[in-house]
Design a protein around this ligand. Structure first.
Ligand code: AHR
Length: 496
């Protein structure tokens, strides 16, 4: 037995659709095979971009996609990825297996991929091994609407009109693979780069590199540096942390305890969101600079038989629970988080879809994104949950209590959208839903993703785990939902 109370008088804020963002890096088979197969491929494609992947991702309504990395971004020189494909240089991907980088997928291909999905492109510039000039010229190539050599190059590459890229990152993980900077040194670099990242008539959204996990010290030292030099936070709109909850066992082999452990580690995202925003509030009390989590997710040992540097992992119902509980955190803190990008879209880490040559499947995590899409742009309303918990003890990440039931709620007019998880590995939960402030339900539709805790999709059984409809009799201000063990539920309630 558990209970969720939804208080319509207590609104949190509009859920920024960008919380449902993605991340695609030149890493393993994410870009090459996962997105780009080339026009001559036997895999059905549109201008080189595979159709099955686009169709599957479209159902998830991705609002924004971050590219080209990741660590790759700070060794990427954008000029290598424009112009006629046959003339593009072949490089080496130094971070991810030292494999050849054909540069067949560059700026034009990326923006085209985004537009096919209805997503905004988010481009990460190269601070670690690049130059201010390179980034400044990349923006000009993409966005300048007048006559310049770079605008002409863009037109010759197939886009007479500006590509209209709003989101620009100034480096990636600059405390690590992006140049091993201290927060103060990165602060100096950031300022220099951001001074020259100009909109060319368009208001850009410039994103600074935030901490590794919930490293509050990085945040304080970075903002103190900008403040100290009286820079007044010019041309910084977002600040992006990364948090990977890691693994417990492997992607598909884990005990019940490890099932709970990983979901619990995923929930540490809530500490990050609250504490990072509090640290930012000290410098930016009006929240003009948005907190972003532009890499997050599970990180299991790579699947046997695959290049370990390709970070290819299976994806089970446990990953789906991590995705769902994390997205619920972002929804519940809609006043604090403006964007989040799960790592990564295809074939890498906690992917939405997996491919094997011409075959493709949607993962349990991908289905969570489909199920949660109606939250995008909704008004988050405060929820209170009463639930049993299970103790979790980890080797290195501390210990605590994992609540079995969690969720979030948002409203759009007369539609209430509630997402729920039951993390109990073996027991169903009867959930009492209470609508406060005089709200009354007048019917609902629901979908559930549930199964054995190890359930996942394979190329032999690609639809072994998919969401199914469930019936919920939602009438009045109280109703009940039967939550199967190990389940994610999406409930659309019509209010009278
Ligand atoms: O997502 C894989 C890698 O994880 C990214 O390249 C890097 O930013 C992070 O460490």
């Amino acid at each position: 037995m558990a209970k969720i109370s939804i208080n319509f008088n207590d609104t949190v804020g509009v859920i920024n659709p960008n919380i449902y963002g993605h991340f695609a890096e030149h890493l393993g088979r994410c870009i090459y095979e996962g997105i780009w197969v080339g026009e001559d491929s036997e895999i059905p494609n549109t201008g080189g971009i595979r159709n099955d992947v686009v169709a599957a991702l479209k159902k998830m309504k991705p609002p924004v996609i971050r590219w080209p990395g990741g660590c790759f971004a700070d060794d990427y020189h954008w000029q290598n990825g424009v112009g006629p494909r046959e003339g593009r240089p072949q490089g080496v991907n130094i971070h991810w297996g030292e494999v050849p980088e054909p540069n067949a997928f560059g700026t034009q291909e990326f923006v085209r991929f985004c537009r096919m999905l209805g997503a905004e492109p988010y481009i990460v510039g190269n601070v670690g091994s690049g130059t201010v000039q390179e980034l400044r010229e990349w923006v000009e190539y993409c966005n300048y609407g007048g006559d310049s050599t770079l605008a002409r190059r863009r037109a010759a590459d197939g886009s007479p009109e500006p590509l209209d890229v709003t989101y620009w990152g100034v480096g990636n993980e600059n405390w690590g693979c992006g140049g091993s900077f201290s927060p103060e040194d990165y602060g100096t670099e950031f300022r220099r780069y951001a001074t020259f990242v100009r909109g060319f008539g368009k208001q850009l959204y410039v994103i600074a590199c935030g901490p590794s996990g919930n490293d509050v010290e990085w945040t304080v030292r970075f903002f103190r540096k900008l403040k100290k030099d009286y820079w007044d936070f010019r041309n910084i709109h977002g600040f992006a942390a990364h948090y990977y909850c890691g693994t417990a066992g492997t992607s598909t082999v884990y005990s019940e305890d490890q099932w709970y452990e990983l979901i619990w580690k995923g929930l540490r995202m809530e500490d990050l969101v609250v504490q990072q925003r509090a640290a930012m509030d000290a410098y930016d009390p009006q929240r003009k600079i948005g907190l972003i989590v532009d890499e997050w997710g599970t990180w299991h040992p790579a699947e046997p038989g695959h290049n370990p540097r390709f970070l290819y992992q299976q994806n089970t119902l446990r990953d789906a629970l991590v995705a769902a509980t994390t997205l619920d955190i972002f929804n519940r803190h809609a006043d604090k988080v403006v964007m989040a990008n799960i790592a990564q879209t295809i074939n890498v880490l906690q992917a939405m879809v997996l491919t094997d040559g011409s075959a493709m499947l949607t993962t349990p995590t991908g289905y969570v994104y489909e199920m949660y899409a109606p939250h995008q742009g909704g008004m988050a309303v405060r929820t209170t949950v009463e639930t049993d918990t299970v103790p979790v003890v980890t080797a290195r990440a501390g210990s605590g209590e994992l609540p079995f039931v969690a969720g979030s709620a948002s409203v759009k007019g007369k539609e209430l959208f509630v997402t729920l998880t039951n993390s109990h590995a073996t027991q169903a939960v009867s959930l009492d839903v209470e609508l406060l402030a005089g709200a009354v339900a007048n019917g609902a539709s629901a979908r559930v993703l549930a199964g054995d805790i190890h359930a996942h999709n394979t190329f032999e059984a690609p639809t072994a785990l998919t969401p199914v409809t469930m019936s919920v009799d939602a009438r009045g201000s109280h109703f009940s939902v039967s939550m199967p063990p190990a389940s994610v539920i999406a409930l659309e309630v019509t209010l009278s």
